[in-house]
Design a protein around this ligand. Structure first.
Ligand SMILES: [Mn+2]
Length: 421
């Protein structure tokens, strides 16, 4: 049986993303710890999330899935008569097989050529291909390509999160910002302008970096559109708070400049996963003077991911109107992320990082960037895969908690599939 045939579909055409999904929160947070009173070895306890997810799947619509198959048969011609599965076309159109075709966009979502129409979507993914800010290994200019390509390995549905992004979210890929390799400052201007465009249309931005220097222009593009302060939750092994590096604003400097922006105060900057032998002391001094919050890998280990996420949310949201997530993939142990600019041993485990991302996204964020993925240094796409997961898990939690997934699906034009957009 092919993947095409699972489930019966629930026939709620046109309502994917809204009524197609009975809003119900997950079985508690992913790493929810249970009080001593509830601790038992019963089946129900052992399968708390597993069983919840089994039930949750039944509540997700199959509308876009079915529409994609219908369109695939129309545009890709019905498959050979010898095939038993009549949903398979002659030419691959849509999700399957994952190794075929020209997918190209993030999670094979629709590509939006005309960015003037971005407000039809609820989420816009765009790349900021830049490595001019890298002070050691370059290659993050290929980050957006590598991250998009790695999403070929993922479907649109997460088992334990009980979310299917294809059904529940209007997400488009608007391609990459035209960066200027010889000029960081001009690239920053381009990135800020792109960010500002997306945010001004009320669309949730997802930025695929790029080295971490983009953290400054993204905040600069976001800030004028937030009626109040912005909190920043920053995952990284490095503080990135010095003023200049090698005489310029580099990928070691974004938060010095971002927290100079009036409504992005350093006291709302929370830095998680910091540590090791690569943080320049100049940046540490700035963080100390400006009062940033730093939580090391050791702090995460000692206090636990749940409490750290809770504290990060509390500090970032204090007096703020929006919280932005900036995730440097090098926060993970170097063994998991060879494809990055400054790999540092002793970082977070993927489970720890992803669990914190989920908890933070559940609290509601206004945008996110994933940075420092350098495909030329990557092996077996593992750094790209983890980068994609940060985005996917964030989006799924935003949908599950009702922060995203509110805009009704626009039939046909925004449907997932090869002809969409
Ligand atoms: Mn870093």
């Amino acid at each position: 049986m092919s993947e095409h045939e699972h489930g019966d579909g629930d026939g709620d055409g046109g309502t994917a993303g809204t009524q197609g999904y009975t809003h119900s929160h997950g079985p508690g947070q992913p790493t929810h710890s249970h009080g001593p009173g509830t601790h038992s070895h019963s089946d129900a306890f052992a399968q708390k999330e597993g069983r919840w997810a089994q039930e949750a799947e039944a509540r997700i619509s199959m509308f876009r899935h079915d529409q994609e198959i219908e369109q695939g048969l129309a545009f890709g011609l019905p498959g050979s008569p010898t095939l038993v599965d009549k949903t398979i076309p002659t030419f691959s159109r849509g999700e399957l097989p994952h190794f075929a075709g020209e997918r190209g966009t993030f999670l094979n979502c629709p590509y939006l050529e005309d960015v003037n129409q971005v407000d039809d979507a609820e989420v816009a993914v765009f790349g900021a291909p830049l490595d001019s800010g890298a002070t050691y290994r370059p290659g993050t200019r290929f980050g957006p390509q590598g991250i998009r390509r790695s999403t070929n390995l993922f479907g649109t549905y997460s088992y334990e999160l009980g979310v299917d992004l294809r059904e529940q979210l209007n997400i488009v890929d608007i391609g990459d910002v035209f960066t200027i390799p010889g000029s960081l400052e001009k690239s920053f201007d381009q990135i800020s302008q792109a960010m500002s465009h997306v945010v001004s249309r009320g669309v949730f931005p997802v930025i695929l970096g790029g080295d971490h220097s983009i953290g400054y222009p993204t905040i600069r593009g976001l800030a004028p559109h937030v009626d109040g302060n912005i909190g920043i939750i920053h995952f990284d092994r490095h503080v990135d708070t010095q003023e200049t590096d090698l005489d310029e604003r580099m990928h070691t400097t974004p938060w010095f400049h971002a927290t100079n922006i009036k409504n992005a105060p350093a006291t709302n900057l929370v830095q998680v996963g910091i540590g090791g032998w690569q943080s320049p002391r100049a940046g540490v001094k700035v963080g100390r003077e400006r009062g940033t919050t730093v939580m090391t890998v050791g702090d995460v280990e000692r206090v636990g991911v749940e409490k750290i996420a809770e504290m990060a949310l509390e500090i970032a949201w204090k007096g703020a109107k929006a919280v932005y997530l900036s995730f440097d993939i090098d926060v993970f142990d170097a063994g998991f992320v060879p494809g990055t600019g400054w790999p540092e041993p002793g970082g977070l485990l993927p489970r720890e990082g992803l669990n914190m991302v989920r908890l933070i996204a559940a609290g509601g964020i206004s945008g996110l960037e994933i940075v420092e993925c350098s495909p030329p240094y990557d092996w077996a796409e593992q750094t790209s895969l983890l980068s994609s997961r940060v985005v996917l898990d964030s989006l799924a939690m935003l949908v599950r908690e009702g922060h995203l997934g509110k805009k009704a699906a626009v039939r046909d034009r925004r449907a997932w599939g090869p002809q969409a957009g």
